[in-house]
Design a protein around this ligand. Structure first.
Ligand code: S3P
Length: 192
């Protein structure tokens, strides 16, 4: 039994597949809350001093996941709205970190869900940044959707197992998603 006093909410963590809008929603939600906006991929790139795509090509995914876990641990102790990389919940150690932070009342974890078609459209708008989807720019539209679908089927249970809340964002702007998330992170106070 954990009988220590509950900690106060320190961060909102956005999880979800590549292209679901985590970074733009994090910036908008941070503005609404007047909290700092944090971006795990950006923190990793600061540390590795190169792009994630380049790092995947030279060091591989396993080395990337190791650094990602270390940076996640650090980021969870910071105050702010944290946009994570889409692969964070695929690692059991990361899921434990997220779930423990939730249980302690430190983190509120929000899964931004979207369909493979929406995700593929957004991913194709930034063709050079997602090594796991089409690092070499050889896939056409339907192949991109199929690749997203394949990975999403594996990952959806991980996202769901970490989430306090799920927002379906296909038809919503980043601002609208941030407004919905705001109600989860800072619910309006009721008068008695
Ligand atoms: C990854 C998602 C990327 C980045 C890396 C791996 C993934 O972040 O961390 O390319 O495994 O889903 P975004 O979700 O911000 O694109």
């Amino acid at each position: 039994m954990n009988d220590s006093a509950p900690a106060s909410l320190q961060n909102a963590v956005l999880i979800g597949f590549m292209g679901c809008g985590k970074s733009s929603v994090a910036r908008r939600l941070a503005q609404l809350l007047n909290w700092p906006s944090l971006d795990l991929d950006a923190q990793i790139e600061d540390r590795i001093n190169t792009s994630i795509k380049e790092f995947f090509a030279t060091h591989g995914e396993v080395a990337f996941r190791q650094i990602e876990s270390e940076e996640l641990q650090k980021a969870l102790s910071q105050h702010g709205v944290l946009a994570t990389g889409g692969g964070v919940p695929t690692q059991s150690h990361n899921r434990e970190l997220l779930q423990n932070a939730q249980k302690m009342g430190v983190s509120c974890v929000i899964y931004l869900r979207a369909t493979p078609e929406t995700l593929a459209t957004r991913i194709r708008r930034q063709p050079d940044v997602r090594p796991l989807i089409d690092g070499n720019r050889v896939l056409d539209w339907s192949e991109t959707v199929a690749r997203v679908q394949f990975l999403l089927e594996q990952r959806a249970p991980f996202y769901e197992s970490c989430a306090d809340f799920i927002i379906d964002g296909d038809t919503l702007s980043a601002h609208q998603i941030a407004q919905i998330a705001l109600a989860f992170v800072a619910p309006p106070k009721t008068c008695s």
